[in-house]
Design a protein around this ligand. Structure first.
Ligand SMILES: [Cu+2]
Length: 377
């Protein structure tokens, strides 16, 4: 409804501009009957010059108004060790970008207005100024180099090898959901092969590899506060992107090319909810709870959850590609792990059949290889 109203208002404003423009044109045509053609041009020219002042001003005011109204939920607090550093860099970059935007665009539109055609104005011939060129090349170059270097430095931190005590979790993206796999007690992931993938064995686990035996899968990502977490990321079909906005983490999930990143969560889900209580936006009711019984209405902070969202447009169901992330303290995490059942145990009958198939496939591949070698003689 609001969207329709907004479209209607925009159409109305555009129509108004058009009518004003037509009217001023007609007026100048009428006037021109008594005057020289030259002056007709000047009157529409002035009208355009005023538009040059009006449009950017209205656009900028609208953009700031829109941002203040609709982006209140965007500035969510960070919840990872490097998150604070990231936020600081992001703020600096935004201050510079907004300042430069205001300075350059004010100049662009104001000069278009100021130096509009006037009959007695004469242009000055001013071909170049080396000093000026050097200054406005070197200053932005230095600022950009600093921004790029500090950003790259932070990027290196989260993509280099994780500390040895890191908890490793595999995150696999597929159209359209995420699957998490934990390596189990041995701390080692079992192998996989995309040829083994089917409806049940979604990750293509290789059951002939004994490291698979204690691997367990989860439909939500469970993390520990204060412990390094390394994500091993892959994709099954197209490019997806693992985005963890609260942990200020993002990494593409690329088919056939595993990627990694690591971070340390600093707030459990419960602690984050308590923190959000102080934000007036989060005291408002969660829209998803307001439809049923009024007794079930919950505030936004109560239903808050960390999440992985896909940040690469990956197909029709992209908008729903989301996984809940839960941060627990170490004790709670251990209790959760103890409750998890390895995939092999959960799907015993399936695995017994699948392992036969996989052995046969390996055997066939082996035979084909031997024959190939023989044929090369
Ligand atoms: Cu996706």
């Amino acid at each position: 409804m609001n969207g329709l109203l907004l479209t209607f208002i925009v159409a109305l404003v555009l129509a108004m501009f058009f009518i004003v423009f037509r009217m001023s044109n007609l007026v100048s045509i009428l006037r021109s009957k008594n005057k020289k053609n030259e002056e007709v041009d000047i009157s529409t020219n002035n009208f355009h010059a005023y538009l040059f002042l009006l449009l950017p001003l209205a656009g900028t005011i609208w953009a700031f108004w829109y941002a203040s109204r609709h982006m209140t939920l965007w500035g969510q607090p960070e919840a990872s060790v490097h998150g604070a550093e990231y936020d600081w860099l992001s703020k600096i970059a935004h201050v510079i970008i907004i300042l430069m935007f205001l300075v350059t665009n004010t100049g662009l539109f104001y000069f278009a207005y100021k130096y509009r055609y006037k009959r007695n104005n004469k242009a000055t011939f001013y071909p170049d100024n080396t000093k000026l060129e050097v200054v406005w090349t070197i200053i932005p170059a230095i600022i950009l180099a600093i921004l790029v270097f500090t950003g790259w430095n932070l990027w290196r931190k989260v993509t280099k090898d994780a500390p040895e005590n890191a908890i490793q979790i595999e995150v696999v993206g597929k159209q359209f959901n995420w699957i998490a796999r934990y390596p189990g007690k041995d701390g080692k992931f079992g192998g996989y092969n995309f040829r083994y993938t089917d409806d049940i064995n979604e990750l293509g686990l290789d059951f002939t590899d004994k490291n698979v035996n204690d691997d367990f899968q989860a439909t939500e990502l469970v993390l520990v506060k204060g412990k390094p977490i390394q994500l091993k990321i892959r994709a099954r079909d197209v490019i997806h992107s693992v985005s963890l906005p609260h942990f200020r983490q993002k990494m593409d999930a690329v088919p056939g090319q595993p990627t990694t990143m690591w971070f340390i969560p600093t707030k459990t889900t419960q602690e984050m909810r308590e923190e959000l209580k102080t934000n007036p936006e989060y005291l408002k009711p969660d829209p998803s709870t307001t439809k049923g019984d009024p007794a079930d209405i919950k505030a936004r902070w109560e239903t808050f959850d960390y999440e992985i969202v896909c940040q690469e447009i990956c197909g029709r169901g992209h908008f729903s590609m989301r996984m809940r992330v839960v941060v627990l303290d170490e004790k709670e995490y251990e209790a959760w792990v103890a409750k998890q059942e390895p995939f092999v145990v959960k799907n015993k009958e399936y695995v017994l059949e699948a392992v036969k198939r996989q052995m046969k496939m390996k055997q066939n591949a082996g035979q084909a290889f031997v024959e190939n070698v023989k044929n090369t003689d």
